[in-house]
Design a protein. Structure first.
Length: 137
């Protein structure tokens, strides 16, 4: 079983800690990977903008950033920008919880080594992502 360490620097989030644990575990299972620990950080626009600028050279908030480790038992850290998730959910006409689940799954898949640089990689990653979202939501 994986352990999820949870951090929150914004007042309100669209997903419960229990849901976060379940989504992280389900994603690893659907990706057919051995359970490993993950840290999830729910943050605001300012912190995400700083991280996005520092690591990607883009000075605006993004929805999710993942920082993998080389440790087989600790996959790494996922940073989710709650205000960005809320904006995207409104734009896509879905609940903030669904968008948060989707971005959490997306972040876990990046930690597991999935990417979306080629069409083949994208299809594989998004197939798993949407199966987890459909199963969970």
């Amino acid at each position: 079983m994986c352990m999820v360490t949870y951090y929150q620097t914004v007042k309100k989030i669209p997903i419960s800690v229990v849901d976060i644990d379940r989504v992280v575990s389900m994603t690893q299972k659907m990706a057919q990977r051995r359970p490993a620990d993950v840290s999830v950080h729910m943050i605001g626009d300012m912190r995400m903008t700083k991280l996005n600028a520092q690591y990607r050279g883009k000075s605006y908030p993004t929805d999710v950033l993942s920082f993998p480790t080389d440790d087989a038992y600790d996959l790494g850290d996922i940073f989710i920008c709650v205000p960005q998730i809320i904006r995207q959910s409104k734009r896509f006409g879905i609940t903030a919880k669904e968008e948060c689940v989707r971005m959490l799954v997306h972040g876990v898949l990046h930690l597991l080594g999935y990417d979306h640089q080629t069409t083949r990689e994208t299809n594989k990653m998004f197939d798993i992502q949407e199966r987890v979202v459909r199963k969970y939501i």
